[in-house]
Design a protein around this ligand. Structure first.
Ligand SMILES: [Cu+2]
Length: 141
């Protein structure tokens, strides 16, 4: 009887561990897996390796290589990258398709997104960063 109770306790512990392991957290500095696209954020740049990407499911590895917090926000828009409307020091996020949380220096996050063909602007939307130049145009398709 005692052995059986112990087994049940172990089973419960294993199930709890399995349930918590799926959480997505920003990670430390990371290498970019094959097929993924690195997006580097720093003061005051958003750097994507190619300005034209293939449509479909894309994996971005977003790395904060700067010395203050940044994020990546992806907007689908035909406006030029430097002419998005702004409110309270941030770009308006019309057409937002994906984004990361705020990443501290040295942190990175993976973002898996399916992007239909079109024009996109990749920005950092921490207050003031868009106006300081953290935007880049990306064409998909
Ligand atoms: Cu920023």
């Amino acid at each position: 009887m005692r052995g059986r109770l112990l087994l049940i306790a172990v089973a419960i512990a294993l199930v709890s561990a399995a349930c918590t392991s799926g959480a997505v957290q920003p990670t430390g500095p990371s290498t970019v897996p094959a097929g993924a696209i690195a997006v580097d954020l720093s003061e005051w740049h958003v750097v994507v390796p190619r300005s034209t990407l293939q449509t479909g499911s894309l994996t971005f590895v977003v790395r904060n290589t700067g010395s203050i917090a940044h994020d990546l926000t992806i907007l689908k828009t035909d406006l030029p990258a430097d002419q998005l409307p702004q409110e309270s020091g941030k770009a308006r996020e019309d057409g937002k398709v994906a984004g990361t949380t705020s990443l501290n220096p040295g942190q990175s996050a993976q973002l898996q997104v399916t992007l239909p063909p079109g024009n996109y602007v990749f920005i950092c939307n921490e207050v003031g960063h868009y106006a300081l130049g953290m935007h880049t145009a990306v064409k998909v398709g």
